[in-house]
Design a binder for this molecule. Structure first.
Ligand code: MN3
Length: 257
């Protein structure tokens, strides 16, 4: 995980830490809440390390904000990561405290029982998980960007060819009315399926129509593409295939088999 090269700016993690430390020192009135969160959050951070990349805190972006250009522009990436996604993580942690989620709970367990929690938990738990997965499964644009190995074989077996997979996945992303996500999912029966969800829902949720482990997700909220692509969602979807980090997707697939 490297974020020190983000457009020549100080590492984001350092900025966040120094800001929160200053805020903590400046506002003694909020000290009680800050200590309450501090007691809860370390356990969740440990769980994140124990169970893999996705925990309850935002991880540093593994590349610079401009790394995905020209497919996704630096301004969109910076706003998306530091504003939209950061807000989901913050609100998720508020909901975890308010709804007294046990510190032994993983985010996968939380989402798997999401119908028992508030709308705030559903929207922000999904929002956090979805974006952490999104960042980790992208990289700088690649020529001839196709999967390989066991995952490629499984995609060919499930969808006929990579081209058919790309068409079906793109159709799911284009057909999602309003805001939501398109997904490549590994079901409990170890089958690959394509689906989409509204808002910040995802296939881990007990409320999802199609359930399973999300291997790859595409954010089709307007905040993910509107600055560069305006109303041309189809162009965003087509170009996005250049930045899929297939090695990461394959690692998720093979770990889940
Ligand atoms: Mn988003």
């Amino acid at each position: 995980m490297h974020n020190g090269d983000n457009a020549g700016k100080p590492p984001l993690k350092f900025l966040l830490m120094s800001t929160s430390r200053r805020r903590f020192l400046a506002t003694t009135g909020k000290a009680t809440l800050a200590i309450g969160l501090a007691q809860l959050l370390p356990d969740h951070k440990l769980l994140a390390q124990q169970y893999g990349a996705i925990g309850f805190s935002q991880q540093p972006l593994p590349y610079a904000f401009n790394a995905l250009e020209p497919v996704i522009d630096a301004t969109t990436m910076e706003l998306h990561y530091t504003k939209h996604a950061a807000a989901y993580a913050k609100a998720l942690n508020e909901a975890i405290v308010a709804e007294k989620v046990a510190t032994t709970t993983t985010i996968e367990q939380l989402l798997g029982n999401i119908s028992k929690y508030s709308t705030k938990m559903r929207n922000n738990g999904g929002g956090h998980y979805n974006h952490e997965l999104f960042w980790s499964t992208m990289q700088a644009p690649q020529a001839n960007n196709i999967p390989y190995g066991k995952l490629a074989a499984a995609i060919n077996a499930s969808f006929g060819s990579f081209a058919n997979f790309q068409t079906k996945f793109s159709d799911a992303a284009k057909a999602r009315f309003g805001s939501g996500w398109a997904w490549l999912v590994l079901t409990a029966e170890k089958q690959l399926v394509i689906t989409s969800t509204p808002n910040q829902d995802n296939p881990l949720m007990d409320v999802a129509e199609v359930k399973g482990l999300p291997l790859l997700g595409l954010d089709v909220w307007e905040h993910a593409y509107y600055l560069k692509y305006q109303n041309k969602r189809a162009d965003y979807i087509q170009n996005w295939f250049q930045v899929i980090h297939w090695q990461q997707v394959a690692a998720r697939y093979e770990a889940a088999l």
